[in-house]
Design a protein around this ligand. Structure first.
Ligand code: NDP
Length: 497
């Protein structure tokens, strides 16, 4: 009998904990039936539209514009005009005031944004409320602070803005990715055309109302919606000086090919297959919480998710046992319910991709564990899943699943852990769990990952740079480093490199 079983016998726990439903009210947000593109401070009637839905219920939420190349060009022209006729010349301290205002309005309207984010994206309200919104506001506060201190950020280099930034963001953290992109761009004196992801346009469209409230000059931020074709048109537009992209490695590569030789600046934040490494001296209960947070946070729709668990062989059994037990307590369901831990999968397409990779894992010989779980009948759902007996070569150990699916592997020595952790085309993040500080530093030096968390996971802070190596992309967002992609320096080629 294991120690856990013995404890279970000694302290009987109720078979089932029943939570009463605790849904957040939807009334706090009003969604229009139809949205156009936000260009030059105006709402423009779109020539084509599509419908955006709630992935938890499949209900239609609104009709949204599908930008044509001409409409994208219109937005770029508005951004150019705003750049040349005011924004780039405005006193930096004035720019800072707008950013502070945006940050404060986001805080004031955070409940409204959190509900909308969960409705349109499927993420649990406790995450949009406690993670996405506070961090989005924090990014605007942070970069507001830099706007009039760029000469201190880059001493003796005379920084100046680049021009018009085209920004393309994904669906996993719609408002947060918007903030990561827009805040440093504006702080550095650039203007912006932003394209949110096809499935999650609503928080960006509501953000246009924040810009109106903040009285940001027209054209400084323009928002065009639509699928990948709108993103491609933005990348191609000759009026854009810099592209910032977060999304899949495949599209990132296509964008890099497209921009080669054009002189446009580019930053790419792409996929990941992070190793979360647990040593035998780690505090196991905390580590299990870190594993759960690492992979089931936001349904695993996280580029830096700890999707590969590397456990030291001597503690494999207790860790897997504790993990499976913890999984049975995760509540999957209504994203607007405050007790929900795992919400809806963002789209049918993403659900199909997760199912395909999970099938591949089973076919290749891995052992699957899914806790008993009743899923809602409508909408897109996937049970939190753990695979054990995973070989390094399996697709589930190599490919980004971008869903609530964890692959467990083992190692014996720190050297082996490093080998296995680095054995992936990606290099975005990693986690190390041990009580030895020296081991953390030893590991961090050797892991080829842009971010290494120690005894924690998925921690974000606007002051800390984030970005990848290898196929996870290049360029950093956050911190002083996050300003650099939006700045030219006197003496450097205009718009170059
Ligand atoms: P994409 O890379 O297709 O989407 C990211 C953004 O780029 C979206 O706004 C998208 O528009 C846009 N886009 C799509 N095609 C082009 C193009 N040719 N040129 C310019 N922009 C384009 O990711 P997916 O949504 O298709 O997700 C696929 C996989 O990507 C996921 O399963 C996951 O593995 C990975 N991913 C990684 C993310 C990360 O944070 N690193 C984020 C999202 C996905 P649209 O939404 O209309 O497709």
């Amino acid at each position: 009998m294991t120690e856990l079983d013995r404890k279970k016998e000694q302290t009987p726990v109720p078979k089932e904990w029943a939570y009463a439903p605790a849904p957040e009210s939807r009334d706090v947000v009003s969604i229009e039936d139809r949205y156009g593109h936000f260009v030059g401070g105006q709402w423009l009637e779109p020539s084509e539209t599509y419908t955006t839905i709630s992935p938890a219920t499949e209900e239609t939420l609104a009709e949204v514009g599908q930008a044509t190349p001409e409409e994208v060009e219109g937005a770029v022209a508005a951004a150019r005009e705003a750049f040349e006729n005011g924004w780039s010349g405005i006193a930096p301290a004035e720019r800072a005031k707008y950013l502070f205002r945006i940050a404060r309005i986001l805080q004031e309207r955070s409940r409204e944004f959190a509900v909308l984010e969960s409705l349109n994206g499927g993420k649990p309200i406790k995450e949009s409320r406690d993670v996405d919104l506070p961090l989005a506001a924090a990014h605007f506060f942070y970069y507001a602070g830099w706007a009039d201190k760029l000469e201190y950020a880059f001493p003796n280099r005379r920084p100046r803005p680049i021009g018009v930034a085209g920004q393309i963001i994904p669906w996993n953290f719609p408002l947060l990715m918007l903030s990561w992109k827009i805040a440093p761009a504006l702080a550095a004196g650039n203007t912006v055309v932003l394209k949110p992801a096809e499935t999650t346009p609503l928080s960006a469209l509501l953000f246009a109302d924040v810009l109106r409230q903040a009285e940001l000059p027209p054209g400084v931020v323009n928002i065009v919606t639509g699928d990948g074709r709108a993103g491609a048109a933005l990348v191609k537009s000759e009026g854009v000086d810099k592209i910032a992209f977060t999304g899949s490695t495949e599209v990132g590569k296509a964008i890099q090919r497209e921009l080669a030789g054009t002189g446009k600046r580019l930053t790419l934040e792409l996929g990941g297959k992070a190793a979360n490494i647990i040593f035998d001296d780690a505090a196991l209960d905390q580590a299990v919480e870190g594993i759960v947070n690492g992979i089931y946070f936001n349904q695993g729709h996280v580029c830096c998710a700890g999707s590969r668990l590397l456990v030291q062989e001597s503690i494999y059994e207790p860790v897997v046992e504790k993990l499976k037990r913890r999984l049975t307590t995760l509540r999957v369901g209504d994203p607007l319910d405050k007790n929900t831990d795992v919400g809806a999968i963002n789209s049918k397409q993403q659900l199909d991709k997760i199912r395909e990779l999970v099938e591949a894992g089973e076919d290749e010989g891995a052992e699957i564990y899914q806790p008993p779980c009743r899923l809602p009948e409508k909408g897109y759902w996937f049970v939190p899943t753990v695979f054990t007996n995973v070989a390094q070569s399996y697709r589930i150990a190599q490919e980004e699943i971008f869903g609530p699916v964890l692959s467990v592997l083992t190692f014996r020595t720190p050297e082996e852990a490093v080998e296995k952790a680095n054995n992936t085309p990606y290099g975005l993040s990693a986690g190390v769990w041990t009580e030895k500080g020296s081991r953390i530093l030893w590991m961090a030096e050797r892991l080829r990952a842009g971010v290494v968390w120690a005894n924690t996971f998925n921690r974000f802070d606007p002051t800390s740079p984030f970005g990848g190596y290898k196929e996870s992309g290049f360029g950093r967002e956050g911190g002083r480093h996050g300003l650099e992609p939006y700045i030219d320096f006197d003496g450097s080629e205009p718009n170059g490199g």
